[in-house]
Design a protein around this ligand. Structure first.
Ligand SMILES: Cc1cc2nc3c(=O)[nH]c(=O)nc-3n(C[C@H](O)[C@H](O)[C@H](O)COP(=O)(O)OP(=O)(O)OC[C@H]3O[C@@H](n4cnc5c(N)ncnc54)[C@H](O)[C@@H]3O)c2cc1C
Length: 463
């Protein structure tokens, strides 16, 4: 490695997505020297979810950043609506979650990441973000990971030596591959075609999903346009392309007739991005000198829109557990195991719930005619408390994490007084809803486990 430039740091984070930037911020806030390597030159890239959930907004509140964050353009989603064939319903209701923000903030992911990384760079001298630095491998010494190998903007090789490497480089993680951490894949029956279509006065607001004619369409309100996602059976992209753009436009108008006059805006396949969906999880998230979190440890599907939140919660837990040992130069494998132990159950339950939703999509794909919602679904949405419980399960999630020493950031841009941040106390109803939310997740996991023997291995979820 004689031709490599060398950089010394305490913690090297590979990947500047929600997990990497949040973890970098939190560790630097605790005085840890941290270097984040992000392969892109900016945060602007394909749509990967725009949702900042109540529990993530709570983390921002605990960091004293909420007020300023909410000055960025965003929409507030207090509930999610949907149509299944002939049946319209209101889904998860976030208005009662035990958090300061009782809504999901729809905000472009690049705005959120830029906001947080800018603040980290301004407030904390130990935070070092290097854009256009692609991690290509790991360095080892005596069976221990000692750093990463990367290429900078002009392809110059760089060796970052670190006490700990944290892989936050997403679902195609180079870090986890290089460390040969054992991965379990769970089959996903669909992919998503993303595109934009204009929005008009009187259209559905916020987030809206519709399932019919063997397809599902998600529309996310972005003020003057919809970020739209057509959910298609896995591997059917080529077939859809071959049938032509006109057929694609007709499909959209068939599922969402109010878009009929606007589908002509789709003039070229370049306007339609294919995103292959994965669901997987590492069996072990760490090895000596290395830990993976976020999608690098467990790729999440877009079902339920919870992946960003889970990545942020992982980052909070990792920072709470590792900041002290990192600062004192005494990180052990037991500390890394503690992070996996803390975050594995929420991940398993959330992935089991996503796999359950995938099964629903699979069934819907089989009926290519007009869909009639089954009575079980109609009954389900009438159960008292179910919308609140799902609002909790989606908005807060299983085992929400809280920032260690939550006080207004010392250099708080809002200039708020330093001091302890009050956590909203959950009402008894919220606690009840939380119980149902968690119970639903556990029930889904157990049901899947009970049915597992007859299934194909690749689609099984370990519970
Ligand atoms: C189509 C689609 C829609 C989704 N919609 C939602 C949604 O609405 N809400 C939601 O919560 N979740 C959604 N998700 C899931 C969500 O995107 C992920 O779960 C979440 O982004 C994970 O965050 P992360 O930081 O772990 O990884 P990522 O967001 O994938 O970030 C990884 C970062 O690492 C960088 N990187 C990768 N490789 C390298 C390398 N070798 N060197 C340096 N940098 C590297 C990448 O450029 C990226 O910035 C969606 C996923 C898909 C596929």
């Amino acid at each position: 490695m004689s031709n490599y430039d060398t950089l010394e740091t305490t913690c090297c984070i590979a990947g500047g997505g929600p997990a990497g930037i949040m973890l970098g911020y939190l560790l630097a806030r605790k005085g840890v020297r941290v270097t984040v390597l992000e392969k892109h030159s900016d945060f602007f890239r394909d749509f990967r979810g725009d949702t900042v959930h109540p529990s993530s907004l709570e983390v921002m509140h605990e960091l004293g950043l909420l007020e300023e964050l909410l000055r960025l353009p965003h929409q507030r989603v207090t509930s999610v609506g949907g149509v299944i064939g002939d049946y319209a319903f209101q889904g998860p209701d976030f208005r009662h979650v035990p958090a300061h923000c009782k809504y999901i903030a729809l905000m472009p992911q690049w705005d959120f990441l830029k906001f947080l990384s800018d603040r980290a760079q301004i407030f904390f001298p130990t935070f070092n973000l290097r854009m256009q630095h692609e991690v290509v491998g790991l360095s080892h010494d005596n069976g221990r990971i000692t750093g990463v190998l990367a290429f900078g903007p002009a392809q110059q090789p760089l060796h970052v030596r670190a006490d700990l490497v944290i892989g936050c480089d997403g679902r195609h993680s180079i870090v986890r591959k290089a460390a040969q951490l054992p991965l379990r894949e769970f089959g996903v029956p669909f992919d998503v075609l993303w595109f934009r279509i204009s929005r008009r006065h009187g259209d559905p607001q916020r987030v809206f999903g519709t399932v019919n004619y063997g397809k599902a369409l998600i529309l996310i309100d972005r003020a003057d346009y919809f970020q739209a996602g057509l959910i298609i059976p896995k591997g059917s992209v080529e077939e859809i392309r071959q049938r032509g753009l006109d057929d694609f436009r007709k499909t959209i108008a068939q599922i969402a007739p109010f878009l009929d006059g606007r589908v002509a805006e789709l003039k070229d396949w370049d306007q339609v991005k294919v995103l292959t969906v994965q669901l997987n999880r590492l069996e072990r998230w760490y090895c000596p000198g290395l830990l993976c979190i976020g999608d690098a440890a467990h790729a999440m599907s877009p079902a339920g829109g919870v992946g960003i939140n889970l990545a942020i919660q992982d980052a909070v837990a990792a920072a709470n557990i590792l900041a002290g040992p990192l600062r004192e130069g005494r990180v052990t494998e037991a500390d890394l195991a503690a992070v996996q132990q803390r975050r594995e159950l929420p991940t398993r339950i959330t992935q089991a719930a996503q796999a359950f939703l995938h099964k629903g999509f699979e069934r819907a794909f089989k009926n290519t005619g007009p869909l009639r919602a089954p009575w079980q679904i109609r009954l389900f949405w009438r159960i008292p408390g179910v919308r609140r419980a799902l609002g909790y399960a989606v908005g807060i999630g299983v085992r929400p994490e809280h920032v260690d020493q939550p006080q207004q950031a010392k250099y708080g841009p809002a200039g708020g007084p330093a001091g302890a941040v009050r956590r909203p106390r959950g009402s008894r109803l919220s606690a009840f809803a939380a119980g149902i939310g968690t119970g639903l997740g556990v029930a889904v996991t157990l049901l899947r486990k009970a049915k597992a023997p007859g299934r194909h291995n690749s689609s099984r979820l370990a519970a």
